[in-house]
Design a protein around this ligand. Structure first.
Ligand code: 5GP
Length: 188
């Protein structure tokens, strides 16, 4: 998507090259038109897949997940990174944060996953695939199924894409970063 590529190349977003700063359009200030265009692309790609719920992780994945779920006519499950105060009955998986280099317990209350749920996971980035593995584990604990993954920005030079491919799960990425080179981005 050209409009997203243009934003990613702007001075404010593209800094040292490895971690993109997306809080001006994605995870703090949200560009709803861009998010809706992204959700439409995901919708077109996955509309013939049987999906009963969209799943995402707080916070970057929430805006596109919401808009996509509205198009699909289903609910969104937001997995939490912080402790769940209202329930001891949780599914959880320890995930290593790519940006903070710390670990957190990704979790949700058991009552929010049904055995017959077919989930589409939507996230802002795919890097080493740790968030994906955490989501997959939680869905498995709930005996439900993960049927697809929608990523806004895939860093295809890292391991996440290979991990998802090995699981034979359908993935669609809006843009793929193949390499950061000479203060620019090689798309792939
Ligand atoms: P992974 O779990 O695949 O290693 O990394 C994906 C997660 O790390 C995403 O949920 C996202 O929050 C975060 N992440 C990865 N790369 C970036 C980046 O370049 N910028 C920001 N803001 N977050 C990132």
């Amino acid at each position: 998507m050209d409009s997203l590529k243009e934003i990613l190349l702007s001075e404010d977003v593209f800094r040292d090259g490895n971690i993109l700063k997306v809080d001006t359009f994605l995870n703090q200030n949200v560009d709803i038109k861009l998010m809706n265009d992204i959700a439409t692309e995901f919708y077109e790609y996955f509309k013939n897949t049987k999906i009963t719920k969209v799943v995402t992780i707080e916070s970057g994945g929430i805006p596109p997940a919401m808009l996509l779920a509205q198009k699909l006519g289903c609910d969104v499950l937001i997995l939490k990174k912080s402790a769940n105060f209202f329930s001891d009955e949780i599914y959880g998986s320890t995930v290593k944060s790519y940006t903070k280099n710390t670990e957190y317990l990704l979790n949700c209350a058991k009552e929010n996953i049904n055995k017959d749920d077919k989930f589409l996971f939507v996230d802002d980035f795919l890097a080493n695939g740790q968030a994906f593995l955490g989501v997959q584990s939680i869905i498995e604990q709930g005996e439900a199924e993960l049927v697809g993954v929608g990523i806004i920005i895939e860093k295809s030079y890292q391991d996440g894409a290979k991990i998802i491919d090995k699981c034979n799960i359908e993935k669609h990425s809006i843009v793929k970063v193949k390499e950061f080179k000479d203060n620019s981005i090689i798309w792939g």
